[in-house]
Design a protein around this ligand. Sequence first.
Ligand code: HEM
Length: 446
Amino acid sequence: MTAHNLSFALPPMAQIGEQYLVILAAVALLFPCSILSYIVVTPYWRLSRVLTGDWHIDIVKLHEKYGNLVRISPNEVALNTPSAVQTIYGHTGQPWVKGEWYQAWWQPAMNHPFFAETNPAIHRDLRRRVSKAYSMSYILQMEHFIDPLVDDIRSKLTALSGQSVDMSQWTQYFAFDAVGELAFGKAFGFIENQCDFNGLLESVYVYMTSTASFGFMPSKLILENGNLFGGLIPFEKIVREKLTLSGEPDRSDLLRHFQSAKNADGTPMSPQDVFGESMNVVGAGADTTAISVRAILRYVCSNPRVLQKLQAEINNASATGALSDLPNFAEGNALPYFQAVIKEALRVFPAVGYQLPRVVPSGGTEIEGKFLPANATVSVNGWALHRNKSIFGEDADEFRPERWLEGYTKLMESCYASFGFGSRTCIGKNMALMEINKVEPPSLLL
Ligand code: HEM
């Protein structure tokens, strides 16, 4: 199927900025070689929206206005129903291949980070060689490594009491330092120094946002994997330093695991791949956790009813000895309202706001009564899915933790997108939940 008749097979282009597109199309006809004609037939409209940082809000509005099936770029359709989730990301059969956007994350001279590996067989082998390191039993063996960080952040914030504190920064300090402890045996030092003292936070931010945005450009590989703005250079340098400095040889952190992990053919992982996995942990595991810790604080603190109920549960658990001064994962996990709060905050504010694009396999497919041809990109967005009233109820827009305790349904669970779906679900979920369960109770009692 050609790109031309694809445009007939797919639904109309979201009528996004209809007049805008009509004007552009007219300009394109009049001046076929102009830059504007290029924009009409390329994904630049979407890129422009992603660059504003508000894509997660745009996509919710687009689905509200145009329904559960919206064309968002020349070759991509966004879907917003349970059956689309099942068809695109479901466990049955061969997994659908990740879309072209992920190529922006490919790295020269080593295996692609498995997050971005589009070949299902290669992905399976890359994921398998490190999956044990992320298992809950392995993560729980490491949880005491972050106790000193929780203690430190609590005493620093207590010392600042009465002053205005920017929790968006402190949650970044915590999540990045936790990755330092769990992956490399030593925190990066953000909590200690109370600032982005070595520039890692800025560097990761620049690298992640530029790569994620320029993943929508046809020339993404030429852009040196998002390094156009230089974000990758300090990021790589700091992780390389961590690998060489990493201290105690007997400490069972993620790095030790990567160093002893084996490829599918039984050979050890190359130093370059160990480095790649280490970059992965920092890139995928710190910012996402910080956003989630922050989302929980934000929704609880701006909702007095929930705050009161949660504090009562935490206080009661502390008083009865069910929650230690420095909580452990198992204790937090046993508090039902606290768990509902975490789940609900990550529902209304999923850390990943982009689409999770996949490619329609050969032969095409029918979703929601529409035929989508092979090679079209299809995607679901967590922000939109989590606000779908037919799944989460009429109050889907509201932060209401009780929905997970009283009105829980399997449908809600199967459409919970915060950690992704199917064979590409988040490998770091256990690590993130362990951190969240340890840091939130002390933060909420400050
Ligand atoms: C609350 C924190 C986190 C959230 C909300 C989150 C969210 C997600 C989501 C939505 C995906 C699916 C991406 C896709 O399909 O394109 C994903 C995948 C992934 N996450 Fe996380 N993540 C979190 C923490 C972590 C941590 C701590 C790590 C590692 C240390 C991590 C590593 C990964 C990796 C490697 C993948 C790719 C999995 C694959 O393709 O097989 N994440 N995450």
